[in-house]
Design a protein. Structure first.
Lengths: 1029, 180
């Protein structure tokens, strides 16, 4: 057997050794000695095959090398494959190769030998390539090799390009990034029109993008408002150091949680006591506005991270308020950062200290700081919540401004109050149990609502204990309590609703002062706890009584201090009265207290800072004295204002409407608030307001009713115009605009409508035109759908009632019955039928009856007679036209009757005979059809039918009837009588009734008409023919 | 400012249809309002009916640009799309080309897109088909004309031009003065 390179099955033989002797690619050389000699000879040998493929493959390049080298080397060299798909395929191939190497190869070789190269062939395709490279190396025709090389290079390039740089995507490729345009208009539109899901995805991507941009904070979508707050806080606290921010943010979160918890409690509380919540929230706000340092510190100290999740959007307002707090506390946080911020407690303490130290320097300064912060907050507002919060902040600012003096005082005393609580802890009874309580408090803060009752109980206990000592002050308390309640009620009525009892405030002040003094005399740790408990209880419940009790305690402490106690007492009375009016002060204080308590709770080890405390106290004492004096002045001023203002109000009452007076009252109250304490003014104000209402209702009821009546002339657009005119002219009676001045704006409206319609029409036309152009451009019927729809709808719906046959309309020919054709057809049919009927049925000649001769004979005689009888009338009829046929009938009958005796026709039977016999002479109309000669009914015998006619026509005159009767009788007579009607009428039939010319004219007319008709029909026929063609 | 004549409309639509095909319909017949094309100083503007009414009250000499400029008519009455139309072409583009980040800048400087810079291309893009050029982050950068079909793009050498530059957002900077 000779090796034939052209036969690829021969390659099998050659390749088999290759598998065993695999040469690594690195050892392949460029050198081609053997190849140049004689390829054929080497082909026959086994060894040259080894070297050949590598050489060529080198020329081909790496890609070709992959394909080519792998095969000879078999499974081993597959590691050098570069392109992954090939590798995969090759691995598959390897698996197959092991099992059925030889048959596959032979197959592949054959395929390649035919020059079939299929790119898409999967596993075998790769093997094909590989084999081809080998086989080509064997075949050695340079052209083929080059072609293969090119192809492979192309393939490799393509594969590379596709895999590496060039990516080819379908039409429905989704853009992952959607820029502004996609959001702005067209995409939504596109969605709407095309319903592409892809755009939606883009939107989704966009959302993701945004979220990615905004960062983690917003990414947490669970508590958006919280995050917003955080971000807002971050924005607001620009100066804060980065380091601090980390800590601060944590604290803030804690604070937020805390505050939110509190708000939560507040909410629950609200649920319990509807109106009190307002005061509380307002208190929170105010604290947020006023107390910068404490709340943050306190709250930060008591952090409840677990409560974060419990927060919901319900606490939105509260949280926003808290947000303010946070903003304000940034100062403190800064202080924290600068100072000791290693430990939370320490930091809280230090911050509180710093704050306390700051106060003596200048309360006004603090406020200015606050005010500075608030605008910043406003600026940072982005979300609606923030905006709302900013508005609230504005209110707070106003409040701050109004309450300057007092607030300052409070601010100063707040820290001291915590200290005072410490001092109070000196009292042995509280200290033991209260520590535990404090621990509980921390827990309770998380779930205050549940513990409120307990708290109140504890507080009551405390207060009772205090009250034991403070019996002397009870009278004051008793005096104050009802007022406090009143103030509560008043506060409920108020929007802010914070106002509770001033007593509390003052009590606090006293507390503060007292605590200072007591602090100097070494306070215990447990003291703050007691205060806390009380304060919290007061916060939660906002009981005036509690606060009063509180004040009692404070009063007791005040006694120790001679000066301050005096001041306090002096202040107390007016303040108690003024409490109701002053909104939120007490609540503010309460909040502050809350904060303080929190801070105080941290002060478990105050011994270190007692020195500092002393210093602070001393400074604060001096400050406080000054403040007291200032406050006193303020109160005095306010009182003086009060005295003066009611008169002004009265004036207002007299000269202004209710609303204005109310506004006035509000303004005055605000003024008072800003001035300081306005003790009795508030009470008086609502009263006056009430009186105002009463008076106004009584006196001005009718006027108001008239005034607020809806005036028809100001309705509508024209009315609006009129109203404007009226407002320009003023309220002068002389220029009052009434219905007479109302212009009918229908014309203008109509004009504008027409204009609008025109514009719209123009635009619509333009659009239509554009679409037409577009359709013609794109060869697409863009607007046809609508048109076709219309057409379809028109086709569908046809008002059958409105449909009338209009012969002038050609399309109505549908409704015309095509009579002519049918008639013609029918005529033809009839003719045919007639012919058929006329035709005698063909009788087959073969079947016949043999007629017996005797039968012939039998008929012979009778036939002749009948012929005779029948023929006579026929002849008569033909010959004598003038003779009326009616005579013939009877004649015939008579003849027949007469002759019937002669022959008997078997068909008639006996009945005929009997009938004939019974009625020898019957007038009968013989069916005219059968009787052919009776064509004209006019010639029917009048005599025979005279009876019927006469009977039918009764309109004839009696004479005539008579005559006719006579005639009928006469008709019987065979001959004409003298004045026979027939004789009169007969000639008329023969004579012309009308003139010849007339007849001719009529005939000509008729002819013309007929001609026209004929032509028309001819034309129609032609047209129809054309249409058919 | 006047509506386009039929010939002008045809010219404009012909040009637009190279890029967005029958999606022009979506521009002409919008569900969110009536939009129309207006010619003002040889430039074609695409604007809403509302804007049209407002712009009608502005004197012609004072009116700089009503609505979005789609392009301008040359002296020979050919229509040239400007980059300002990109916002309306991009979402409706039928054939897209993505350029690699490396050649984004080159394209934005007004150069053609070379094969080496071609990152992705819509399949079945015919030669001389209008394409919108995107960055690999799918930000529309401009538009051009495919110099090669998709199949040809596979084969050509890396320095071959695959997209002829027509307009790019770099013109907002380069041709700031003449853009309006």
């Amino acid at each position: 057997m000779k090796y034939d390179p052209s036969k690829y099955c021969h390659n099998l033989r050659k390749l088999e050794p290759d598998v065993t002797n695999a040469i690594p690619v690195s050892e392949l050389s460029w050198h081609l000695e053997e190849r140049g000699d004689s390829i054929n000879t080497k082909r026959k040998g086994g060894s040259p095959a080894l070297k050949k493929p590598p050489k060529k493959l080198r020329q081909l390049g790496s890609e070709a090398l992959n394909g080519a080298v792998v095969l000879p080397s078999g499974c081993q060299s597959s590691s050098k494959t570069t392109s992954s798909p090939q590798l995969d395929q090759r691995s598959k191939w390897k698996a197959k190769e092991k099992s059925k190497l030889s048959p596959l190869r032979s197959l592949n070789n054959k395929v390649s030998g035919r020059g079939i190269l299929s790119d898409e062939s999967n596993v075998s395709g790769v093997t094909l390539q590989n084999n081809m490279s080998v086989s080509e190396s064997d075949s050695d025709s340079e052209e083929e090799i080059r072609a293969m090389v090119e192809r492979q290079v192309q393939k490799a390039e393509n594969g590379k390009a596709e895999s590496d740089h060039l990516e080819i995507v379908g039409d429905n490729f989704e853009l992952k990034y959607s820029s502004y345009w996609s959001l702005s208009n067209p995409d939504a539109m596109k969605q709407a029109i095309k319903g592409n899901f892809r755009e939606k995805k883009i939107m989704g991507c966009d959302n993701g993008y945004q979220s990615a941009n905004t960062g983690e904070i917003i990414a947490k979508s669970k508590r958006p408002h919280l995050h917003n707050k955080n971000s807002a806080v971050l924005d607001s606290c620009k100066p804060v150091k980065v380091e601090n921010e980390d800590i601060l943010t944590e604290k803030k979160i804690d604070l937020l949680n805390k505050s939110s918890v509190k708000t939560h409690h507040l909410k629950e509380y609200r649920e319990k006591k509807g109106k009190k919540k307002k005061s509380q929230t307002a208190a929170l706000q105010s604290t947020a506005g006023n107390s910068t340092t404490k709340p943050s510190d306190n709250e930060s100290s008591c952090s409840d991270p677990e409560k974060e999740e419990s927060e919901s959007s319900l606490h939105y307002d509260c949280t926003m308020q808290n947000c303010y707090r946070l903003d304000l506390t940034l100062d403190d946080l800064q202080a924290l950062a600068t100072g000791t911020r290693g430990e939370e407690l320490d930091s809280a303490w230090s911050s509180s200290q710093c704050a306390v130290e700051e106060y003596p320097k200048g309360n006004v300064g603090n406020k200015t700081n606050l005010s500075k912060f608030c605008p910043a907050v406003r600026k940072t507002c982005i979300c609606p919540e923030d905006v709302v919060a900013a508005i609230l902040a504005g209110e707070e600012d106003a409040d701050e401004a109004s309450f300057k003096g007092q607030n300052n005082l409070h601010l100063k005393y707040q820290p001291f109050r915590g200290m005072g609580s410490l001092c109070e802890m000196e009292l042995p009874r509280d200290s033991a149990g209260l520590e535990k309580r404090f621990v509980e408090r921390l827990d309770l803060e998380a779930c205050v609502s549940s513990c409120e009752e307990e708290l109140s109980q504890r507080q009551q206990k405390n207060h009772q204990m205090c009250s034991v000592e403070l019996n002397s002050k009870k009278q004051q308390n008793a005096h104050c309590e009802p007022q406090g309640e009143l103030s509560d009620a008043a506060s409920f009525a108020d929007e802010r609703g914070q106002p509770v009892s001033r007593l509390h405030l003052q009590g606090k002040n006293k507390d503060a002062s007292s605590t200072r003094f007591k602090q100097s005399s070494e306070c215990g740790d447990a003291a703050p706890c007691t205060d806390q408990s009380e304060d919290e209880s007061s916060d939660v419940d906002s009981n005036a009584a509690v606060s009063q009790k509180h004040t009692k305690r404070q009063l007791k402490s005040l006694r120790v201090l001679s000066k301050q106690s005096k001041q306090d007492v002096s202040n107390q009375n007016p303040e108690c009265e003024a409490d109701k009016h002053e909104d939120g002060k007490r609540s503010l204080l309460e909040n502050k207290e809350l904060c303080l308590h929190a801070s105080a709770s941290k002060e478990h080890r105050p011994e270190k800072k007692q020195l500092q405390d002393n210093k602070r106290r001393l400074a604060a004492l001096g400050e406080r004295q000054r403040e007291r004096e200032l406050q006193k002045k303020l109160i005095q001023g306010a009182l003086s204002n009060l005295d003066s203002q009611p008169a002004g109000k009265r004036k207002h009452v007299i000269f202004h409407s209710d609303v204005e007076s109310e506004a006035e009252v509000d303004e005055t109250s605000k003024k008072d608030a800003s001035l300081g304490n306005t003790p009795e003014h508030d009470e008086s104000a609502p009263k006056t307001v009430g009186r105002l209402f009463d008076s106004s209702e009584d006196e001005q009821d009718d006027v108001d009713a008239e005034r607020f009546k809806i005036k028809p002339q100001f309705e509508g657009r024209a009315g609006e115009k009129l109203l404007k005119l009226q407002s320009r002219l003023g309220t002068d009676e002389r220029f009052r605009m009434d219905a007479r001045f109302l212009e009918s704006d229908s014309e203008e409206e109509a004009e504008t409508n027409i204009l609008k319609a025109d514009e719209e029409e123009e635009l619509a036309a333009e659009k239509k035109k554009n679409l037409e152009i577009l359709g013609s451009l794109l060869n697409v019927n863009l607007e046809h759908p609508t048109l076709t729809k219309k057409a379809a709808s028109a086709k569908k719906f046809r008002d059958m009632n409105a449909l009338r046959y209009d012969p002038t309309r050609e399309d109505h020919a549908v409704f015309e019955r095509k009579r002519s054709a049918t008639e013609q057809e029918s005529k033809a049919k009839r003719k045919r039928e007639r012919e058929e009927s006329d035709k005698l049925p063909k009788v087959s000649q073969e079947t016949y009856y043999d007629i017996a001769v005797d039968l012939k004979e039998l008929f012979g005689s009778s036939k002749s007679t009948s012929h005779k009888s029948e023929e006579t009338p026929w002849d008569k009829d033909d010959v004598e036209d003038s003779t009326p046929p009616d005579h013939l009938g009877p004649n015939v009958r008579s003849n027949a009757a007469e002759e019937s005796g002669g022959f008997k026709f078997s068909f008639f039977g006996d009945t005929e005979e009997s009938g004939m016999a019974g009625e020898p002479y019957i007038l009968e109309i013989i069916k005219p059809v059968k009787v052919k000669w009776q064509e004209d009914p006019r010639f029917q015998d009048s005599s025979s039918e005279g009876d019927d006619e006469s009977e039918a026509s009764e309109s004839k005159s009696g004479k005539e009837i008579f005559f006719s009767l006579a005639q009928t009788e006469r008709a019987r007579s065979f001959f004409f009588s003298k004045d026979d009607e027939r004789l009169r009428e007969g000639p008329k039939l023969f004579c012309k009734s009308i003139d010849l010319s007339e007849e001719r004219d009529g005939w000509e007319d008729r002819r013309r008409l007929l001609l026209e008709e004929c032509r028309k029909k001819h034309k129609d026929a032609r047209r129809k023919l054309k249409a058919k063609q | 400012m006047r509506p386009l004549t039929e010939a002008e409309t045809r010219t404009v639509f012909e040009k637009l249809s190279r890029y967005i095909g029958e999606n022009i319909q979506l521009l002409v017949d919008r569900p969110d309002g009536t939009y129309c094309f207006r010619l003002h100083r040889d430039r074609v503007y695409y604007l809403s009916e509302k804007l049209l009414k407002v712009a009608a009250s502005v004197p012609r000499d004072s009116l700089v640009a009503p609505g979005t400029c789609f392009g301008k008519f040359t002296k020979t009455q050919k229509f040239r799309l400007s980059v300002t139309a990109l916002d309306f072409l991009a979402p409706y583009a039928k054939f897209k080309v993505w350029v690699k980040p490396g050649s984004e800048q080159s394209f934005l400087y007004g150069n053609h897109v070379l094969k080496s810079g071609l990152g992705r291309i819509t399949e079945n893009t015919a030669q001389y088909q209008g394409v919108v050029v995107y960055s690999m982050a799918d930000v529309p950068l401009g538009f051009g004309v495919a110099a090669k079909s998709t199949q040809e793009c596979r084969k050509v050498d890396p320095m071959a031009i695959v997209v002829f530059h027509q307009a790019d957002v770099g013109e907002y900077v380069r041709n700031e003065d003449t853009l309006m």
